[in-house]
Structures are given as C-alpha cells and as structure tokens.
Ligand binder design. Sequence first.
Ligand SMILES: [Zn+2]
Length: 332
Amino acid sequence: MANETKKVLGVDIGGTKIAICIADTNGDIVASDRVPSGATAPYDQVMPQIIDVAKKVAAKAGLQLSDIIGCGICAPGPLDMKGGRIMKSPNLAWDAVPIRDDLVKGLNMPVYMDNDANAGVLAEWFFGSSKGKKDVIYLTMSTGVGGGIVSGGKLLTGATGIAGELGHIILDVNGPMCGCGHFGCLEAYCGGRSVALRLQDRLRFRPDHAMFKLPGVDGKLENLSFQAVREGAKLGIPIAVEMWDEICFRLAQGIGILMNTFNPEQIVLGTAAYYAGDFLLKPVLHYLPRFAWQEASRCCEVCISGLGLKIGELAGPSVALNGLYEAGQWRP
Ligand SMILES: [Zn+2]
C-alpha cells in the first residue's frame, strides 16, 4: 500500500450540469470537463455521455481508464447508499437510477458514491483544514445546511447512510418551518433559502426600505437573499443586524450540540461561512459557551474551510478515495 501519487475520477451530479474530473491523490485536479446535459435530462441518454466524457477527460490527462484506481460519484440526496442509486428529488429528473453499478460496468473500476456534504468533510479531511485529524465535522451553509462527520478516523454513515443530516437538528419546535416539514431546524434558521424567504416576508410591503437599496438587490424583492442580510448587517441596517445575530446565535447552538455529541477536534464551516469569514465566526464563538461544554469546546477548533471554493471540484475524487481507503487500498 505504498502511497505514491495515483489518479481518481470524480463524477459530480447536478441538475444543470455533470462535472467530471480526474484528480491525483494529492488533491490536484489533472483534467476536467462537463457533460452538456445535467440530471434533468433522461438517465438513459446521460449515462453513455458520462462514460464518453470520462474517457475524453482521461485522454486529456494522457491516461487510459485503466490507469485510474477508482471513481467517486457525488450527488445531492436522497441516495440509496446500499443499492448505489440516486432517488427521486425535486431538482433531478432521475428516479432510483442504478448509477453506481452502471459506472462500474462502463468504466471497469471500483465506484463509490456519497452526498455533497459527506464529500465536503472528506475533501477537508484528505486535503484541507482537517488533514491528519481523526474527529472532524464539516458544516456547509448554502441554500440549505448540510454536514458530514468523521469520527474516530471514519466517515459516519449510520445504519442506512443518512447520518450527518446536521441541517435538520431541531433547535426549537416553535421555530420557523423547514423545507423538510419539521419546525425550527438549524437549516430553517441558517439556510440561505429559508433566511431569504423570511426576509422577503418581512419586507414584502416596504419597497422603500433601506435593504432594497443594497448593491445586488436593485429594488427587487426576490433579490433579498442571505447575502443581502450579511451586507445589510455590515452596514448596520437594523433588520439585517437582528437577522444576522439570530443566524450566528442559532449556528452556535447547532455547533454546541455537535461538540457535546461528537467531541470533535475541529468543526469546519463552509460556503456562506467562507464568504462571511470573521463577520460570522466571531459572533458564533461569542455565543458558543452558552451551548457547548467547556471540556468539549476547549479541544475543538471552529474554523472556516481551508479549501474554500475548491471543495466542490474535489468532492467526487474525495468520495473515490474514501471508498478506496475503507477497502484498504489507499490511506490519507
Ligand atoms: Zn429540517
């Protein structure tokens, strides 16, 4: 199991695009390309294109498919982890498609799959801020809130593969409604879609409000986003200050629960936290002692993603490497 540099293939499934890349085991992207259609086109049409583009990307890198040690599929949930299938979801046209087995046949290599948030913690663990650690959590805040947990040097998957749905920890049963149907989830407080909807609800009949004058909002209700809350809070606009404070408070609550439950040595915050930096991190750390035991927080660093935006392209390769790692064929 000598650790010389090897190559893995990543297949990142999205509604509008499918990104395919080859990375080496140091986390450098060697070649990449996109399948013109995404997962909104019929699966039977797209699958041969994925194989075709994978071969082209390999050729671009001067490789044969047989030079690549494994493939990782990164897809939005829900996934059937045992069956290797992508299940029906609002953003994809596919329903229970056996993508893992089809890629094994088409590429003739081991193929593994996981969701974006688990891929995120794997990428940070193999290549980013969490390299060399054994107990780390990655929390990503974009449209929703997702997470992945590495505990004792192993990705936590749970009985059916859905472990790590950290956005749906319920913080207050009387809180705002979440997209999952429950009330008061972390995602309902901190997810981009939910924050934007609450802001829009509050300002629907106030077109003269200062928030509408922010750059990027351009007077349009639908442009009142998570980013607008962040920028408005920086300028001291009261409604944004109040909402940003609530985001930080609730995020600290979520992080405190994670610290006391999993006792990680590091919690890495991605996406929205990457853009906000200290403006988010400082108030979160201020509120944290209300929620985390001292013993748990003393040994745990809370930090912003070291990979930043690169985490997206390393998602598929990281899933491949974790599969190979668990099969005893590679080690970080
Ligand atoms: Zn929820």
